[in-house]
Design a protein around this ligand. Structure first.
Ligand SMILES: *Cc1c(COP(=O)(O)O)cnc(C)c1O
Length: 441
């Protein structure tokens, strides 16, 4: 006799109300994936967000006819000054994108064909591509599973006589541990170019990301925290380096202390235009207030999620603040009755908590095979170096683990209300409580 026939048969009237109450509770509490109600209702903030009050200045640019920034003038110059001040950097040069900011910075730091650059593998693919654009080899440091950023202890063994630079990536807006990275760079006379394309206003020991190495690179692409469609910037404290960035991104025209060879030096057009700069300058206050809100909500989430077995929030370097382009944690399936990560994420999405698994082991995706099989790379690197390089991917044990076990909650969720953060915590708790049923479903 199942429960329904037992009740229909009038069995145990005293019992029936208790059972009904329990089954009601169970329906509310059931994972949405198994037919229960989603924890969260009403959607999440959309991105990008803007204010009508920003429109007149864009129209002003339109009516002025001065649409091109010509490297540092007009609205472009105004934004560069404001952004440098915001970060506490001496100078800023805007670019067409984060990718072109990185290409410029690598050139200015002397990365050339046949060189090697040590980068973090757990990043957006642009970090790989900018090195390849210079016909240099992106050599991967390992990822620290506790921080999801470059493990400083894995850098030195990867340095060769061809290594020119290190590119730490402050992924998801989490500062890398820059002190040991800078110390290694200094010891081996290497440049440090920060990929801060997800780390606007992230803080490391009282200084902003993007001002901690030789040059810092930012992105203002549409999905980023200060969006303008496409755009980017380089920040730095050396006039000499910044003059070179200014020259390179403006067709190689001499600038400031950088006279080039008297006429044009090598360069390209990576300029930002005045419409973009007018919008970006007006977005600065919103970036500051959004960042504060994301940080407060992220702290609250961390406090709640760390109590759930199998959820490991990231560890940040001492005395640092992340800005959370993605709110990431590591997922331990063994604490969830073996529920695989993809099923955990499906269950979380069913609770109306959008999430993703972050980056995969992209070095196996064919991009690097294509590069090292190319005529240029074969000409520039000995065959045995390219073979050893390809074989070395399997040493990236920390990164493999990170790629397999990270779960990220999209950053716009952090702009919602505190009660919405409770929904995220509650959803993970619910999945944990029903992990066995979800695993066998
Ligand atoms: C977005 C991003 C880039 C590239 O910036 P674009 O503006 O899209 O060219 C580079 N690195 C990282 C880590 C990024 O997130």
């Amino acid at each position: 006799m199942n429960r329904r026939t037992f009740l229909a048969a009038g069995g145990g009237l005293a019992l029936s109300s208790t059972l009904a109450r329990r089954s009601r509770a169970a329906a509310v509490d059931q994972p949405a994936l198994l037919g229960g109600k989603p924890v969260h209702k009403g959607g999440w903030p959309k991105w990008p967000q803007w204010s009508e009050s920003w429109e007149p200045e864009i129209i002003e640019v339109f009516r002025s006819g001065e649409w091109c920034g010509y490297g540092g003038s007009g609205k472009v110059g105004e934004f560069e000054t404001a952004y440098a001040k915001l970060l506490g950097a001496k100078r800023c040069v805007t670019t067409a994108s984060g990718t072109t900011a990185l290409i410029t910075a690598l050139h200015v730091m002397g990365v050339d064909a046949g060189d090697e650059v040590i980068i973090s593998p757990f990043t957006f693919i642009a970090t790989y591509n900018v090195v390849l654009m210079h016909k240099a080899l992106p050599v991967f440091a390992d990822t620290d599973p506790a921080t999801l950023t470059m493990d400083p202890a894995s850098i030195e063994s990867r340095i060769t006589e061809r290594t020119r630079a290190i590119v730490p990536v402050h992924i998801y807006g989490m500062p890398c541990d820059m002190d040991p990275i800078n110390a290694i760079a200094k010891k081996h006379n290497l440049a440090v170019i920060e990929d801060a394309c997800q780390a606007w206003l992230a803080d490391y020991k009282g200084r902003k990301c993007g001002t901690l190495g030789d040059l810092g690179c930012f992105s203002f692409q549409n999905s980023k925290h200060i969006p303008v469609g496409d755009g980017g910037a380089i920040t730095g404290n050396s006039d000499e380096l910044m003059d070179r960035c200014q020259a390179f991104h403006n067709c190689g025209r001499a600038f400031g202390t950088f006279k080039g060879n008297g006429c044009f030096s090598r360069g390209t057009n990576f300029r930002m235009n005045n419409y973009q700069a007018a919008l970006l300058r007006q977005e600065i206050d919103k970036l500051v207030s959004d960042t504060k809100r994301r940080q407060e909500n992220a702290d609250y989430l961390t406090a709640g999620l760390k109590e759930i077995p199998g959820i490991q929030p990231v560890r940040l370097p001492e005395n640092s603040r992340a800005v959370w382009h993605l709110y990431a944690f590591r997922y331990d399936a063994s604490q969830f009755h073996g529920l695989p990560r993809h099923k955990f994420m499906r269950a979380l999405a069913a609770e109306s908590i959008p999430c993703g698994g972050g980056y995969g082991e992209q070095y196996y995706d064919g991009l690097l095979d294509e590069a090292i099989a190319s005529r240029g790379f074969k000409r520039l690197f000995p065959a045995e170096r390219l073979k050893a390089y390809r074989d070395s991917f399997q040493e990236l044990k920390g990164n493999k683990l990170v790629c397999e076990t990270t779960v990220g909650v999209f950053n716009t969720l952090l702009l919602a209300e505190r009660s919405d953060m409770d929904h995220i915590i509650e959803a993970v708790r619910k999945i944990h409580a029903h992990a066995a049923a979800l695993a066998s479903a």
